[in-house]
Design a binder for this molecule. Sequence first.
Ligand code: IDC
Length: 338
Amino acid sequence: MRKTRFFGMAAAILALTASMACSQSKQKAAVAESEAVDSVFVKPLRVEGTALLNTDGDTVVLTGASFGWHGNWGRFYTPGSVKAIKEKWGANVTRAAIGAHTSGDVLNSYEADSAYAVNSAIAVIDAAIANDMYVICDWHSHENRKENAKKFFEVISKKYGDDPHIIYEIWNEPLQIQWQEIKDYAAEVIPVIRKNAPNSVVIVGTPSWDQEVDKAAADPLKEKNVTYALHYYAATHKDYLRERARQAIDAGLPLFISECGSMEATGDGPIDYESWNAWVDLADRNKLSMLMWSISDKVETCSMLEPGAPSDGMQWTDDNLKEWARLVKETTQTRNSK
Ligand code: IDC
């Protein structure tokens, strides 16, 4: 009897201690979880009016660097480069530029080697997810390559489902193509993505290399969570394009600067700091996200790296970075610390 009582009490004490320990560890786990949740930057996004919002209702302004055409500069599509853009340059977004077709000196493309194209996109997307960054999956096309775009986005969206890190850019820069053709293209490509990723944000290109945002403002898509691409190269595109952008915003069009440069539209020539500052000011005032072109190592002003820079960005030294890279870093750090 006494034995039973003794064992009964011992069992009760044991159970109590165990349950205290358990509830303490549960509390610890809960704290760790809430800390982990708090420290996560990437949350689902949505477009509301002209604003990009996260699920907390905060306006989100993203700044970072875009990779170059995967066909020529795919060697930089590494976990280390994505990590460096985040940790050393302060970026919260990056962009995989998956070339749809040949273009000038860029010969490899999705058309030539679709597996390499898909794997390049996956390399950057996975690294961005691991680094708590947003990532634009960009179909880097100037021509209407709708059928291949559908195939490409079917594969990517199926793999990632509704993962909130990914923003889909369905047609980098349409040439001087009618807005109606771009709308028709979007009407076919967006459903392919949304079938697998119903809540994803999609960037739709605008005519004339993403400059005729007025055409989109006059006749926007009915789809939810769509934003429109505005691209500029500061030494070529000046007040007239800034004015057009302002008017589009005033008309209620959400804009996303998924690509820009400080030099001429050729990607070369000197940096125009005055025009660049005017563009950054416009982006800041209107809370526009901005990605700068590009992580590549060609002899041209817009290639941020010196020829022969390591493929793993964590190994880049200051000697590997060109003038443009220094400006990109400074712009990124300033904007993302606000
Ligand atoms: C440029 C690259 C260049 C490459 C060329 C091929 O910088 O090395 O030879 O593409 O077409 C864009 C395009 C982007 C261009 C960039 C600079 O989106 O693909 O990259 N640019 O010309 N729009 C305006 C400028």
